[in-house]
Design a protein around this ligand. Structure first.
Ligand code: MIC
Ligand code: SF4
Length: 644
């Protein structure tokens, strides 16, 4: 029996476990990346492990999220990360260089290698045939120290692309169509591989847009083959020597095959407030808009921006619309500046932002009250833009650009003939904002700069025999990590200050939550299905831990968050009978009377609802290794214990 692309890479990197679906496997990780909002914590954890130099082939620390410096915090954190990187063997990408995923694709990614990143959109690397996963900071720290990265062996899904995109229909429309078919839960437990004749019509940046947003499907990762198109891209980046060919075997077996005819696709939009609330632009109609934001790690490549420039050229944006442009990297900006495209964008009236995450993570450019914002980003969760009642639609750069001119959502196909844009034979290469680490013999000379914003992070204790706590919060389905631990310009600077962050925990759902936790000495959170979807931020586990949360009981979990709970020493528990969710009210007194014994034995977990007088049965969503971890009080304690 042949292998899929992912199975081939997994086989080459398998350190422990069997490649049977659902089994816990440990992988050797070749490369890691961090960004600043999760990076400070990841490096504090790396320091706590006491490993002097990273053991990966390449580790890179990017600064792209916290670039709005409205106080000392972000700049201090950047200096901390820079000094840690210099000392411990990590490349450092300075602020101003661009967004981690775009940059990693351009400058570091290698087909066939494994990559984990403390950011959920790390699967962008799948666009050049990397097996790339989003992970919690602690997992990245462990991988930097040479440890395995654990996942449950995923199912293999193939999306067979046929045909060719029509003019004005773009890669964003492909992934929005996939989201419409599969939903934000449709990719859970799966690796999505793209294949079929249609892939030959898609360039690397287009493929990367698709694998980037595979995260919104809940997929473990997404990947394209590495072919002549990948080779041409890497050559144009001056990195042709790292190209290897990668494809699935003709007799590879997939658990699921989905057909998608590219020729049949039309411009799409994800409506508020979920990336899978997808309709065609035509169906939604010409709604009046207030803002368009073009950029983010999903759609900020040279190709995207050249298309936008060609639409804006010679036009002025509508008087009621604010248009922002944020290129994904310095390379993209510099090339647009040299070929005149940036002048066309500026002339049209766009507001030019630095190459960083910016409005995608609520760092500026929050829309007006009730404003309608078209964004080329990958998430439109409620409140994420920084304006609680804003209505965010996710669209392609083409749709955003033409809509900015017209003042209303517009199907770009109304523009007539499309100017063909191709990738350059050579990208402009200037790595002057990437600082290599100091040589190992000089590492002692590097002093770590630790600003006052950096506070110690909470570490759990060994699991007690029993837990008795209140159902301190009950929430519904598809709770995102943006609900649990919001981001945005007011909070994001405090990612290395868990005590301060805790004041905002679950603020989107219930402002009283932190106070209630303090009054009740924590509790148990009750969740619906797909609990913890979205970001990889381990703060969504560490902050609840700090507030005294010991367990979450939900209908189902998103992969990275579930792993982060276990890493932090919190219990991710799941209802055996889903309807039992209905029998718990907020503030019911709950007891897990034999939790330590049951977890040790690997049996079901008993929960008594003392208020209602009922007994429920739960499963712990943990592999054997994670069970041992939670018993020990989280991954750090576990690692220390097993190292003895
Ligand atoms: C996001 O898009 O939500 C982020 C900000 O990039 C996060 C990481 C974070 O919370 O810092 C992600 O997707 O993992
Ligand atoms: Fe940055 Fe947005 Fe991409 Fe997250 S999704 S890495 S915030 S650009």
């Amino acid at each position: 029996m042949g292998n899929t692309i992912a199975q081939k890479i997994i086989r080459q990197h398998l350190v422990s476990g069997e490649m049977t679906v659902g089994a816990d496997i440990g992988l050797r990780i070749d490369q890691t990346l961090t960004q600043d909002a999760t990076g400070t914590m990841a490096y504090l954890e790396f320091e706590a492990m006491g490993v002097p130099r990273v053991k990966t082939e390449r580790s890179v620390a990017y600064i792209d999220h916290n670039t709005l410096q409205s106080g000392f915090e972000n700049a201090d954190d950047h200096q901390f990360i820079q000094s840690i990187a210099q000392k411990h063997g990590i490349y450092f990408s300075r602020p101003g260089n661009g967004i981690c995923h775009q940059l990693h694709l351009e400058r570091f990614g290698i087909p066939g290698k494994t990559l984990i990143g403390s950011d959920s959109h790390t699967p962008t690397g799948g666009g050049i045939g990397m097996l790339a996963f989003g992970a919690g900071g602690l997992d990245v720290a462990v991988a930097m120290g040479g440890g395995e990265y654990h996942i449950n062996m995923p199912k293999m899904t193939k999306i067979e692309l046929t045909g060719k995109l029509s003019p004005w229909v773009s890669a964003k429309d492909v992934i929005l169509a996939v989201l419409q078919k599969m939903s934000v839960k449709g990719g859970v437990g799966k690796i999505i591989e793209y294949g079929g004749d249609g892939i030959r019509t898609l360039s690397v940046p287009e493929r990367a847009t698709i694998t980037n947003m595979g995260t919104e499907l809940g997929a473990t990762t997404s990947i394209f083959p590495s072919d002549e198109i990948t080779k041409a891209f890497l050559e144009a980046q001056g990195r042709g020597d790292c190209w290897v060919e990668l494809s699935s075997d003709p007799d590879a077996v997939y658990d699921e095959i989905i057909q998608l005819d590219l020729s049949a696709l039309v411009p799409m939009a994800a409506c508020p407030h979920s990336p899978d609330a997808v309709k065609t632009v035509e169906e939604i109609g010409k709604i009046k808009i207030d803002q368009c934001c073009i950029g983010s790690c999903t759609n900020s490549s040279y190709l995207d921006m050249m298309r936008v420039a060609s639409i804006l050229k010679g036009h002025t944006i509508h008087p009621d619309v604010s248009l922002t442009i944020g290129c994904g990297s310095k390379q993209v900006y510099q090339m647009l500046a040299s070929n005149g495209a940036l002048a066309d964008i500026i002339a049209a009236g766009a507001r030019i932002l630095e190459c960083a995450c910016g409005p995608c993570i609520g760092m500026g450019q929050s829309p007006n009250s009730g404003g309608i914002s078209l964004r080329t980003f990958n998430r439109n969760f409620e409140g994420r833009s920084g304006t609680a009642d804003a209505q965010v639609y996710l669209v392609s750069p083409e749709t955003a650009a033409v809509s900015a001119i017209n003042g209303c959502l517009t199907d770009p196909r109304t523009l007539g003939a499309q100017t063909e844009i191709t990738l350059p034979e050579k990208f402009l290469i200037n790595d002057n904002l990437i600082l290599p680490p100091v040589p190992e013999e000089l590492m002692e000379t590097v002093e770590i700069k630790r600003g006052p914003n950096i506070k110690p992070f909470p570490v759990s204790e060994a699991l007690p025999e029993r837990i008795q706590k209140k159902a301190i919060l009950k929430v519904g389905d598809n709770i995102t990590t943006d609900h649990i631990m919001p981001a945005g310009s007011k909070i994001l600077p405090y990612r290395s200050n868990i005590p301060y962050l805790s004041n905002f925990c679950f603020g989107v759902c219930d402002k009283e939550f932190p106070e209630r936790c303090k009054a009740e000495d924590g509790g148990i959170v009750i969740g619906g299905s797909n609990y913890g979807q979205g970001s990889s931020r381990e703060h969504a586990a560490l902050v609840p831990l700090y507030l005294g949360i010991r367990a979450v009981v939900a209908k189902s979990y998103a992969r990275i968050h579930c792993a982060n709970l276990a890493n932090a020493g919190l219990l991710p528990l799941q209802f055996k009978v889903e309807s039992d969710y209905d029998g718990i009210d907020q503030m019911d007194e709950l007891s897990l009377p034999r939790i330590r014994e049951e977890l040790t034995a690997g049996t079901d977990v008993t929960m008594e609802n003392l208020t209602k007088g009922t007994t429920l049965h739960l499963t712990a969503v943990l592999t054997d290794r994670q069970r041992a971890m939670v018993l020990a009080g989280g991954l750090l304690n576990y690692t220390k214990n097993t190292a003895k």
